[in-house]
Design a binder for this molecule. Structure first.
Ligand code: EPU
Length: 335
């Protein structure tokens, strides 16, 4: 464990923004984290896989990279297993580990960049599954005191791309490990149209959890830019939810508006559709752009600064607001 000064974060955030951390240390265990916290005089921020942040400037104080590893089965019965993963475990490695061990529940979440400890913060989700569907509990260290706290499902207050860690407890804890309840008797979720089409095209019936994972990998690779090639942080905005009255008014003006009615009476509109219809898809301004295959993803073609990407995000928000009266909220954390 080594404390470093003024280190470049370009390779530690998937947007590839060339910002620096004033102080930086990577920790591999809870003991190392405690050791750092016990002697550290600086304000602290935690970095995971760097796949859901937009750095708009250098990071002051101490940035602690969570590299706490390890995957193990904590408990099991004939139906399911509780699997523990260290907060720094790469999320997709955990998905592959689960598939290797024939444990189901997270195959739809294949290829999501980032680490296990960050997964509950925004309740990662894709193709009809969210982390909350398999979440059992997590362990976290309170940064101010070093105390370990266990959060069960209810404590996390999961919502759509949301949890208590994005609200009241924002920046207060380092998530050192998560435990998921994975199934031995699989209930596949292939309801998402793209998954059905991909499996049907390959003549796969009935699919295994590995088939579903492979289908998701195929879909993601065909639509979403690979951060190793083009900097990005996945969906930049959340899909907005609006009331039925507002939706009906919009549908009168735009009869082809894509929408999903939610059980609570609200209507979800894909932000990608709103952004595309507002003319942003595939647009590029210097090295900052709106992806040509998925308008919800903002991209850094190489040299864009966080400020330039944020300016593009603000322009997109303003034009969607003007045309549709809908406010887009960022899904990515803006630092
Ligand atoms: N659409 C467009 N134009 C676009 C993009 C999308 O018109 O450029 C419309 C299409 O009608 C499409 C619909 O939006 O059918 C939905 O698009 P897609 O299936 O690509 O999903 P999304 O709503 O844009 C969400 C998640 C993704 C997740 C996918 C698949 C959010 C903010 N994003 O995207 O998650 O992979 O569903 O489940 O909920 C992420 O969070 O970083 C992320 C990539």
């Amino acid at each position: 464990m080594q404390l470093k000064q003024n280190i470049s974060l370009k390779n530690l955030n998937t947007f590839g923004i060339a910002a620096k951390a004033e102080q930086f240390v990577a920790v591999r265990s809870v003991d190392e984290l405690w050791e750092v916290l016990a002697t550290n005089p600086y304000p602290v921020q935690i970095l995971g896989g760097g796949s859901n942040i937009l750095l708009t400037g250098d990071v002051p104080g101490l940035l602690i990279k969570n590299e706490i590893g390890g995957i193990r089965i904590e408990a099991e019965d004939e139906n399911s297993a509780i699997v523990f993963a260290g907060g720094g475990v790469n999320w997709h490695s955990l998905v592959l580990w689960a598939i290797e061990h024939d444990l189901g529940g997270i195959e739809n979440l294949s290829l999501i960049p980032g680490c296990a400890g960050a997964a509950p913060i925004q309740n990662i989700g894709a193709y009809g599954v969210e982390l909350k569907d398999v979440f059992y509990r997590l362990e976290a260290v309170e940064l101010a005191t070093g105390a370990i706290k266990v959060f069960n499902h209810k404590d996390c207050r999961f919502g759509y791309r949301d949890s208590v860690f994005k609200n009241e407890l924002k920046g207060k804890y380092c998530i050192t490990g998560i435990s998921l309840r994975l199934s031995k008797k699989h209930q596949l979720n292939t309801s998402y149209g793209d998954i059905q089409r991909t499996l049907a095209a390959a003549n796969i019936e009935p699919p295994t959890i590995r088939d579903v994972s492979n289908a998701v990998i195929h879909i993601r690779q065909s639509k979403l830019p690979d951060p190793a090639e083009i900097g990005n942080a996945g969906s930049f905005f959340k899909n907005p939810e609006i009331g039925m009255a507002q939706f009906q008014e919009l549908q009168n003006r735009y009869p082809d508006i894509v929408h999903y009615e939610l059980p609570d009476g609200m209507v979800k509109i894909p932000a990608g559709w709103l952004i595309e219809q507002s003319g942003w898809k595939g647009q590029r301004f210097g090295d900052a752009g709106c992806h040509a295959k998925q308008a919800l993803v903002l991209v850094n073609y190489g040299g864009a600064s966080g400020a330039e990407l944020l300016e593009l995000a603000h322009k997109i928000q303003a034009s969607v607001k003007e045309k549709y009266g809908i406010t887009l909220s960022p899904e990515v954390n803006i630092w």
